[in-house]
Write a protein that binds this ligand. Structure first.
Ligand code: ACO
Ligand code: LMR
Length: 264
């Protein structure tokens, strides 16, 4: 009989062996004919299933809203400096991407993890925030360098309005809003930021869509899928900044001495 040789790689999301490639079993021609969007493609390749329209639209909103935030943020700054050093597109892109992490853009998974844990354990926002303070952990998804209680982040409002209108439940998002009300009472800079808004709303998407089991939700957060949304989105802006610098023929960047405190 046939002897099956052991394989070195296991893969479950796509297949290019047939007449046309398939994403999670769906042929490319169907994807095009049915007018699937980026949200659908992310659903297939990341979550291995077709998600309802309100979910894929939410994913697309996250991509659009996080695509760029000007030249001054860490990622764009790195991409700009790298472009001005004459490096290629991929170098500029990864240089920017490498700044995404716990302080900048990469707090979505941790926000989801901590909000979920606190909500599911029935912690009051007081118990949650003060508990984090005791542990010396900044609440992921809270705080911003320039946004304030009286200068809120429009992206957060847009996402929250969408969730309230289209999601069956927004219990995690409302919990995050209560956390923000409490943290704002402590300091005006402790707003719910875009990472926190996406993290809490994605919990509602995962739990409320009926498309994921509880272990699957835990695995998604534990592996860290949600930061992928920011990484993917911001790549659009980082590529844009790279092209911009090259188009403008900007010279090598050197930081001015006057802006450095030289001290012993
Ligand atoms: N939880 C608790 N306390 C906080 C938090 C937080 N999330 N953020 C700031 N603080 C406190 C700090 O302890 C600090 O007080 P201290 O000096 O007495 O210790 C004070 O507020 C610092 O305020 P800022 O100077 O306005 O904040 P900073 O510039 O240091 O940090 C940052 C901004 C990095 C976003 C911070 O709020 C943070 O770490 N948040 C959690 C991570 C996060 O959500 N990052 C994503 C931001 S959105 C984005 O990047 C797209
Ligand atoms: C962003 O989306 O990059 C910002 O929220 C971060 C910032 O400091 O503006």
């Amino acid at each position: 009989g046939k002897v099956r040789a052991p394989t070195h790689i296991v893969s479950t999301i796509s297949d290019d062996r047939g007449e046309e490639p398939c994403y999670a079993g769906i042929p490319m021609s169907t994807i095009i004919e049915q007018g699937y969007g980026i949200g659908d493609v992310i659903s297939l390749l990341w979550f291995k299933r077709s998600l309802p329209r309100y979910c894929t639209q939410f994913i697309e909103m996250c991509i659009i809203l996080c695509a760029d935030h000007g030249p001054c943020i860490s990622g764009a700054h790195n991409a700009i400096i790298t472009a001005r050093a004459g490096k290629d597109l991929v170098s500029c892109l990864v240089s920017g991407l490498l700044t995404i992490g716990p302080r900048f853009g990469g707090a979505i998974d941790d926000a989801a993890k901590y909000f979920k844990d606190a909500y599911d354990r029935g912690l009051s926002v007081y118990e949650f925030v003060e508990g984090m303070k005791r542990k010396g952990i900044r609440v992921p998804g809270i705080g911003h360098r320039i946004k304030r209680g009286d200068n809120r982040d429009k992206r957060v409002e847009v996402l929250q309005n969408y969730g309230r209108t289209h999601f069956p439940s927004v219990k995690y998002m409302e919990y995050a809003v209560q956390v923000e009300t409490y943290t704002l009472s402590k300091s005006n800079n402790l707003v719910l930021n875009v990472d926190g808004a996406i993290g809490s709303l994605f919990l509602d998407l995962l739990a409320g869509s009926g498309m994921f089991t509880k272990p699957e939700i835990d695995e998604i957060i534990q592996i860290g899928y949600l930061n992928g949304l920011f990484v993917l989105a911001r790549s659009i802006g980082l590529i844009g900044h790279t092209f911009d610098q090259k188009r403008l023929k900007q010279p090598l960047y050197r930081h001015p001495w006057e802006d450095v405190l030289y001290t012993k």
